[in-house]
Design a protein around this ligand. Structure first.
Ligand SMILES: [Fe+2]
Ligand SMILES: [Zn+2]
Length: 472
């Protein structure tokens, strides 16, 4: 079926599907249960999804500008826009701000001090290190232009206080317009899944592709971002090769379990992970301020029975919770869960700052960004700050009971057997993992990666450095 689709759909069709998936929202795509859609995106158009998402607003704005430009200047609409300011309105400035009337009918205003501080010239912004060189505190609070000039490629400002000349490309000004905001910053699509969406055709990449090229890393990281997990096939069954594999994304994160692990069920670290007991669905490192971003696991050897692995999509579970029991969703987004790791004599880790709830949201956008769930690592809950223990204690137990019930529904749990040669990597801020009990010798290796390091690699390999840097 997959091969048939792959041959059936050319890139253009796949792009159209990707676009309609985007416009129909993730929810529709995730609920549609149509492997056609998923495969089409998966196999052929991942890069186009990203570039399209990144430039959606820009393209709209640019095409508006291009259209206007081509009408007014009679040039080919495909020519890169040379100017974006309105031909009918003047640039202006006063003691506080510079005003740019865009051709699309809105005017952006930029505070003088912001503009001066953001000067993109090579003496104010280091072209190689991408760091600010200007001494912000040498800018007078009353800084204002002597003159402003619309050049073809951008805005020239001559500053009254020191005669410095700044230049800002039009696209840069449009992208970074904050009053009003005109363009979205980078965001990436996720496909939320239940077991039925992934069990027959889980995301997978080839070891050789990842090792040989950054395009292979782009495919790998984009699948991890989309689905929250990905298998890597044909990994040589050695810790060395597995470590080389993870290093294609980033260095391993050091924790009290070490950096790159190679472990058996010998209880070497006094943690349940190092036993042969069953492990319920959980995320790792709920006791860290910054839980590990990704986890890679590679089974090197197992000569017994049991030890099946399970994954569940925490973001999908959260959506189901919000739909079925919005009051419980609120509770799990609010009540902070203390957690600890204290099995080793010389270790007692708790979040260095305040504890976090199970469901964590971006403070600016309200978007769910992190699930932290490990009921075994929860500490004694003797502080109910910002709430009322009279009601919150009962509310909390009701909410986690419902959460547990949703997470462990058969349709949410994706069970599979790890095998030598097939490594698994998953987003530990989104995907919960667990395993059944086992017997025999079982040897696993793997590592954590910080989320920021993954994110950097994912963006750079999928979008290219030039695009990524534009948004800084
Ligand atoms: Fe774990
Ligand atoms: Zn400058």
């Amino acid at each position: 079926m997959r091969r048939f689709l792959k041959s059936l759909l050319n890139l253009r069709q796949a792009r159209q599907i990707a676009r309609s998936a985007q416009s129909n929202s993730v929810r529709t795509a995730a609920h549609s249960n149509t492997p056609i859609l998923r495969n089409a995106i998966d196999r052929t158009a991942l890069r186009s999804i990203y570039s399209w998402q990144v430039s959606k607003k820009t393209q709209h704005a640019s095409s508006t500008r291009r259209g206007a430009l081509s009408r007014s200047m009679g040039v080919n609409a495909n020519v890169v826009p040379r100017t974006v300011v309105s031909p009918h309105h003047q640039l202006s400035f006063d003691n506080k701000r510079v005003y740019i009337p865009w051709d699309e009918g809105v005017t952006s205003s930029y505070h003088n001090i912001w503009l001066r501080d953001s000067c993109q010239c090579s003496s104010c912004f280091h072209p190689i290190t991408k760091q600010r060189l200007i001494n912000t505190f040498s800018i007078p609070a009353t800084v204002h232009p002597e003159s402003v000039e619309a050049l073809e490629a951008g805005l020239k400002v001559l500053w009254a206080n020191d005669g410095h000349e700044s230049f800002y490309p039009w696209d840069w000004l449009h992208l970074h317009s904050y009053q009003p905001v005109l363009e979205k910053h980078l965001s990436f699509r996720r496909v939320l899944w239940s077991c039925g969406d992934v069990q027959d055709d889980p995301p997978v990449v080839e070891f050789a592709n990842v090792m040989e090229s950054d395009a292979g890393v782009a495919e790998w990281t984009s699948k991890i971002k989309l689905y929250g997990f990905c298998f890597v096939d044909n990994v040589p069954v050695t810790p060395d090769d597995t470590e080389k594999l993870i290093n294609r994304i980033s260095f391993a994160r050091q924790t009290h379990y070490g950096g790159f692990w190679d472990f058996t069920s010998d209880l070497a670290k006094n943690d349940t992970a190092y036993t042969d007991l069953a492990l319920g669905l959980h995320t790792d490192g709920t006791y860290f301020t910054d839980p590990p971003g990704l986890q890679l696991l590679h089974l090197l050897h197992h000569n017994g029975s049991g030890g099946e692995s399970v994954l569940a999509d925490g973001f999908k579970s959260a959506r189901v919770l919000r739909e079925e029991a919005p009051e419980h969703y609120k509770t799990l987004s609010r009540i902070r869960i203390p957690a600890h790791s204290a099995g080793n004599e010389d270790v007692c880790i708790r979040p260095a700052t305040t504890s976090r709830p199970i469901l964590n949201h971006d403070e600016a956008t309200g978007e769910l960004v992190q699930v932290r769930w490990n009921n075994d690592d929860r500490s004694t809950m003797d502080r109910w700050e910002g709430g009322d223990p009279d009601v919150d204690v009962i509310r909390f137990y009701e909410a986690i009971r419902k959460w547990h019930e949703i997470v462990t529904r058969p349709e949410m749990e994706y069970w599979f057997k790890l095998r030598p040669g097939r490594a698994l990597i998953f987003d530990n801020w989104r995907i919960m993992h667990g395993r059944s009990a086992f017997d025999g010798e079982r040897r696993l290796c793997g590592a954590y990666i910080n989320m920021d390091d993954f994110d950097s690699r994912m963006r750079l390999t999928n979008l290219g450095r030039e695009t990524v840097l534009k948004y800084l």
